[in-house]
Write a protein of this length. Structure first.
Lengths: 279, 279, 422
């Protein structure tokens, strides 16, 4: 107990209190200064009946789905390939982690610069390779913009998934594969019967973390598109931010945040159950 | 496993895929580096030049002379190192406590650690601001140290918990027999064994702190306390975007990450295997 | 305030912890520290001249120390609001006609009429002072204005034998003429932010539709008129005809400046400070820039927005007298001229503004535009209107809505705001 107390107190003060405060103001119509009208659940009612908020939840779900899918396809694929000995592989391993080290600010600005329709390098490459004839207006057309922010997010997020999954792979005892290979099992069979089950606990952790992080993600999308064009990338964190810091409806903003919190907890609940049952 | 019939072909296939991934990872980095060495006119040439027409160190000079990046770096290093030490310190005690003792509220505490990951941090901005305000810490390095340690403690605790679980309890008991107290056993025996886990946790905390942007933006107001991430963001000027300066600053901002990572990367995978992945 | 007690408890707990670790900060004795939040110190050339002004001031008043809290314009309102919620508003802060109703609503502005001499206020441009009043009380002291006009490359016009356009129809023709293999005619700021919205609304007024108009005791919107739809259609037509560089929805002010400075575009709609910004970036363009008031539709009256920025004093400041001294110093003749020379913003002081323009005829077009400045509606949600406009012109450019649909949607959203704030 004495070991846990310092951390618990620290977090109690600096996490539990602000969390509680967020919940508290979600029941008010407030600018946090001189207007404090208690309005019960009206903010929540406004949220679930507002097309804009529901749309931004929808966009967030698509963004999250694509980022989780992207990071896991890339991360798992690379982890499987990297799971072997050899100098070349350890070099790959180190280099492929690099994007994880980039600050989000840098990731967002760098990708905006790469995707710049006039001065950017990507259009130049695509046009020199004759893949496109006209410069693509990345971040400008709804679908391309979503692809752009998803691409940047996957680029910087896949290494962590890759490293965690690689660690998971390495914790699967080699004897299992040997036994399977004696039984005449092929690569695919042993992947399904040994690798996937062995990886499951790690996979669940990476899935849940990536899902929750993406669902709340703000910086990269905000700096790249600020939610545009025409709200095509208006993820829910941006709605929360705008409601609070541009429209000064702090209560409404808090209600949005609380709804996101609840959605994430529901998701985590499934995960918790899954892990319990798995054991 | 590599001794299969298709082993050689598979090996080549691996190299091909890994190399392709490497290109996707490194190209943006190359574009970043290339931009950082361009002069102002080359920057906006159409079509863009892949390599600088003329290598210039102007931007690198400018970030030290025209902008206070030396100060920003000093701030970031102080803040992030302190926050990392604090977070890892609290987290190792708490992680050890959870791993070794049962106490009332242990399950709730674990759940709380996970829940902290679920709340959109944007909305914590306001309560943080008012807490820091009442403490008189607005616009101080200490505000950032406190914030960053708080944000990383939950997941760090989770990681350390996973790691300590993997160290046999018998070792604690042996230490107790040798006359070391609980604390002695922890410091002298368990912690050294936990070093790889500590390293992985520290890398995580360091990266989180070094990359954070939104809170730093709000909690700091003058250059003498701003961290690098905010300094880079501020290079998106009102009258123009200084892409070359921006990329030069980003490149320099990456260096500490690369150093830390270079020193600790060997421990990273080992640490993560023992840590968070064993949900 | 209701939420202060828990915050203080937390503070107490933390503070004791911090004292133990010996990190407590020590306030030093000495001169009064006047905290000034400004958008003028985040980049050069503004930062350089502002700091010089501060040095001059501190020499004159050794008992006052100026501490700048620099913030980019796009962060200003959110940072001020955060500070207001923490009860920590700086003594002096940048304020604008877009924001002052909101600031007054939060109770953070000290009315300035009693704090400043009448003589001092009378030396300022009466138009700007009028814009700085809310229900008759002075909310901010105008510092400078950047009237909105059409900025164009006079050299390119001359080469092509073109005259600056007076109507939007002429404008479209000119823009097409100026679009060549190397260059686009017009840098359209089509981003969804203050930069985009604050350009669209005055442009819409040149068609004869006001986003908000006072009608007796209430506000009405003219977004739902044919005139407003024409403005939306103009944006669509310009993009479709290829006179605008690719990516207008991502083109904010800084991108448009990059285009102008790098000879990628020939015209843009902007304020007088852009001249300096462009030449600073590309000195070869010195002497090639000129401006005229915004084109109009048919024979409407010309329109411009003042782009005025000013300084307010915090209602909770302990140093309001010192704050007034600072404001008077920033607005003295020498400071105003130095500020204009470095940044191209037009002084709020009448005498300084007159001298500046007679010395620098290239500002003429902007000064002409200055006469047509409209008075911004003083509603606390004015900034919201810019977002509403921006979302809708983006939808039109993107082809998701017709100009008429966009105009109607903007009208509905605006009406909702009017109703909920009544």
């Amino acid at each position: 107990m004495a070991f846990v107390a310092p951390g618990a107190i620290f977090m109690g003060l600096l996490i539990a209190y602000p969390l509680g405060y967020g919940l508290y103001i979600s029941f008010f119509n407030t600018n946090l200064i001189n207007r404090w009208d208690f309005i019960g659940l009206a903010n929540y009612e406004a949220a679930v009946t507002s097309g804009a908020f529901l749309r931004s939840i929808g966009i967030t779900a698509i963004y999250t789905g694509l980022v989780v899918l992207g990071t896991h396809v890339v991360g798992l694929g690379l982890a499987l390939l990297l799971n072997r000995q050899g100098r070349a592989f350890s070099v790959f391993r180190v280099l492929l982690i690099l994007p994880w080290l980039f600050p989000e600010v840098v990731v967002a600005l760098l990708w905006s610069w790469i995707l710049n329709p006039v001065y950017g390098i990507l259009n130049h490459i695509l046009m020199s390779l004759n893949i496109v004839s006209q410069p693509l207006v990345w971040l400008e057309e709804s679908r391309l913009a979503l692809m752009g922010v998803v691409g940047a997010s996957v680029w910087t997020s896949f290494p962590l998934v890759m490293v965690l999954l690689l660690a998971g792979l390495q914790s699967i005892p080699a004897e299992l594969y040997e036994a399977a290979s004696i039984d005449g099992a092929g690569r695919i069979t042993s992947f399904i019967h040994i690798t996937l089950p062995g990886l499951a606990p790690v996979l669940v952790v990476t899935l849940i973390l990536q899902t929750v992080w993406s669902f709340k993600h703000f910086t990269i999308v905000w700096l790249m598109t600020a939610g545009g064009p025409v709200n095509a990338t208006n993820v829910v964190s941006i709605s929360i931010y705008r409601e609070a810091f541009q429209y000064f409806n702090f209560g409404q903003s808090a209600a949005y945040a609380t709804i996101v919190f609840i959605l994430c907890i529901i998701f985590a609940g499934f995960y918790w159950r899954f892990v319990r049952d798995g054991k | 496993m590599a001794s299969n019939v298709g082993g050689v072909a598979f090996r080549y296939f691996s190299y091909a895929v890994l190399s392709a991934a490497l290109v996707v990872v490194l190209l943006p980095l190359m574009w970043l580096i290339s931009t950082a060495f361009k002069d102002d006119t080359d920057l906006f040439s159409t079509p863009p030049s892949v390599f600088p027409e003329q290598f210039t160190f102007e931007s690198f000079l400018r970030i030290w002379t025209e902008y206070p990046f030396l100060q920003y770096f000093q701030n970031s290093i102080i803040v992030v190192l302190s926050a990392t030490i604090i977070a890892v310190g609290f987290a190792s005690f708490a992680g050890y406590g959870i791993a070794r003792f049962t106490f009332p509220g242990r399950g709730a505490f674990l759940l709380f650690l996970l829940m902290t990951q679920m709340f959109p941090s944007i909305l914590l901005l306001i309560p943080y601001y008012s807490i820091m305000q009442s403490l008189g810490l607005i616009n101080t390095l200490l505000a950032l140290i406190v914030t960053y340690s708080t944000f990383t403690i939950p997941l760090c605790t989770w990681m350390m918990w996973g790691f300590f679980k993997g160290i046999p309890v018998e070792l604690d008991e042996a230490a107790s027999i040798d006359g070391l107290g609980r604390l002695g056993a922890f410091v002298r025996i368990i912690l050294p064994l936990g070093l790889p886990g500590l390293a992985a946790t520290a890398i995580y905390a360091f990266i989180q702190g070094w990359n954070e942007y939104v809170f730093a933006l709000v909690l700091t107001q003058t250059d003498d306390v701003r961290p690098v991430s905010v300094g880079i963001g501020n290079l998106v000027g009102e009258d123009r975007i200084f892409w070359n300066d921006l990329m030069a600053a980003s490149l320099v901002a990456l260096i500490p990450m690369l150093l830390i990572f270079g020193f600790l990367q060997r421990h990273l995978i080992a640490g993560l295997t023992g840590g968070s992945v064993k949900g | 305030m209701k939420y202060n007690r828990p915050a203080k408890l937390v503070a107490l707990g933390l503070a004791s912890g911090l004292l133990l670790s010996g990190c407590g900060a020590q306030a030093d004795e000495g001169p009064v520290v006047l905290r000034v939040m400004t958008t003028a110190t985040v980049q050069n050339p503004e930062a350089g001249v502002m700091e010089e002004i501060a040095e001059g001031f501190m020499e004159e008043h050794p008992d006052i120390e100026i501490e700048f809290l620099g913030t980019p314009m796009n962060e200003l309102y959110s940072e001020l609001t955060t500070m207001a919620t923490g009860g920590n508003v700086p003594d002096v802060f940048t304020n604008t006609p877009e924001f002052f109703a909101q600031a007054a609503d939060m109770g953070i502005v000290e009315p300035l009429d009693d704090l400043l001499d009448d003589d001092f206020i009378e030396a300022l441009d009466p138009n700007l002072v009028e814009q700085a009043r809310l229900d008759g009380s002075l909310q901010l002291v105008p510092h400078f204005s950047i009237p909105l006009a059409l900025l164009y490359r006079a050299d390119l016009f001359e080469e092509a034998g073109l005259e600056p356009p007076e109507t939007w129809d002429e404008f479209k023709e000119v823009a097409e003429e100026l679009t060549t293999d190397e260059r686009y005619g017009f840098a359209l700021v089509g981003s969804n932010d203050g930069s985009g919205g604050s350009r669209f609304l005055p442009i819409m007024r040149t068609f004869g539709a006001a986003e908000l108009r006072q009608d007796g005791d209430t506000w009405v919107t003219e977004f739902d008129t044919d005139e407003a739809a024409k403005a939306f259609q103009l944006y669509k037509d310009l993009v479709d005809s290829g006179v605008v560089p690719p990516g207008p929805l991502q083109t904010s002010y800084s991108e448009s400046m990059n285009y102008m400075a790098n000879d990628t575009t020939a015209m843009t709609v902007t304020g007088s400070h852009s001249m300096g910004a462009i030449v600073d970036q590309n000195p070869d363009l010195e002497g090639t820039l000129a401006a005229v008031p915004l084109p109009i539709d048919g024979d409407n009256e010309p329109v411009s927005a003042s782009g005025m920025l000013g300084m307010s004093v915090s209602s909770s400041s302990e140093y309001q007298e010192e704050a007034a001294l600072w404001i008077e110093y920033v607005l003295n003749y020498e400071s105003q001229v130095a500020w204009n020379e470095a940044t191209g913003r037009l002084p709020a002081r009448t005498d300084a503004a007159e001298d500046v323009v007679s010395d620098n005829p290239e500002f003429e077009g902007f000064l002409e535009a200055q006469q047509y400045v409209f008075t911004m509606p003083t509603v606390s949600y004015y900034e919201r209107l810019q977002t509403i406009a921006a979302e809708n012109y983006q939808a039109v450019i993107d082809g998701q809505k017709t100009a008429e649909e966009a105009a109607q949607d903007a009208a509905d959203a605006t009406q909702q705001l009017i109703d909920s704030n009544e």
